[in-house]
Design a protein around this ligand. Structure first.
Ligand SMILES: [Fe+2]
Length: 298
């Protein structure tokens, strides 16, 4: 389908769209707005055939919101703290979180991350996908009675899911690694609440926002009842009809809307061998593109 002079094709599966025939470094404002609309409508967006310098990629990322620099510079692209290297390179001391649990980015923050993007540099011959579960589609799949019951519930989140021991350890880590930890990260160690039914800050579309590793309770609800409800919603969200995956190939940019999907990385073994390396440049943003500046802070 022609759209603002580039082509769009639905991805196989329940959601997602791919764009071809657009150099994003030379995209017009109208073309960029069309990409934003495509992401919000389709939840994940693949833009093929890109050849970007780091400044061009960062400039593209900045159009989606405020860049979130990664807090440990040793895992970022040299001179570009906004770009996290996601790699399976076998390096001594590499201890990046494996991201193999279902989550949306930054749910433990007062202002969670809105959009995450991966720019493919190397892809293994086998595996290396990112898996998704559609939380907006899963909301649409609820019956009216359940929707009503969930409305107004506020879910409590903390990094590492409210395990009290883990929480204590995170506080300890924050104190000992203070020089490597940003104020944003330290804020992330305190519990926050988000609505179970989250309205997208740009479109208003509702989605289920609790099925992550950070949710540990619901305000005003007995703990065991809250945990049971969170698990019930998670089982609903993870049904096959809401599931999608995409393997980001070199030259592709994959974006996802953290307010409409959960994601996790497929397990990828460490390797430096040809045909087995995975290298992605990740940019994460909070907030919304400038044209939504009138909306409440997301
Ligand atoms: Fe993530």
């Amino acid at each position: 389908m022609a759209n603002e002079s580039f082509n769009t094709t639905p991805l196989p599966g329940p959601f997602g769209v791919a764009v071809e025939g657009l150099d994003i470094a030379a995209a017009s404002p109208a073309q960029f707005n069309a990409l934003v609309d495509l992401l919000y409508e389709n939840h994940i967006l693949v833009i093929r055939g890109q050849d970007l310098s780091p400044p061009e990629y960062i400039a593209f990322g900045r159009k989606w919101g405020e860049l979130v620099p990664y807090f440990q510079k040793r895992w970022t692209l040299p001179d570009y703290p906004e770009v996290l290297l996601i790699t399976n390179e076998a390096v001594p001391g590499r201890a990046l979180p494996p991201a193999e649990n279902w989550h949306a980015d930054g749910t433990y923050l007062e202002r969670p991350h809105s959009v995450t993007m991966l720019y493919g540099r190397e892809a293994p011959d086998e595996g290396g996908e990112t898996w998704f579960a559609g939380t907006a589609q899963a909301y649409d799949g609820l019956d009216a009675e359940t929707r009503t019951a969930l409305e107004g519930l506020m879910v409590q989140h903390v990094k590492n899911g409210g395990d009290k021991l883990a929480l204590a350890e995170e506080h300890e880590r924050a104190l000992t690694l203070e020089s490597q930890t940003t104020e944003e990260e330290r804020k992330g160690l305190r519990p926050v609440v988000h609505p179970m039914v989250l309205r997208h800050p740009a479109t208003g579309r509702p989605a289920l926002y609790c099925s992550t590793t950070t949710a540990y309770g619901i305000e005003g609800m007995e703990e065991s009842e809250a945990v049971e409800l969170i698990l019930k919603i998670k089982r609903h969200v993870l049904q096959s009809q809401y599931r999608q995956s995409h393997k980001t190939l070199p030259g592709e940019i994959l974006l996802w809307d953290n307010f409409a999907v959960l994601h996790k990385a497929a397990p990828t073994p460490l390797s430096n061998a040809d045909g087995e390396r995975r290298l992605l440049h990740r940019i994460t943003v909070s907030g919304l593109p400038e044209r939504f500046a009138d909306r409440a802070a997301a």
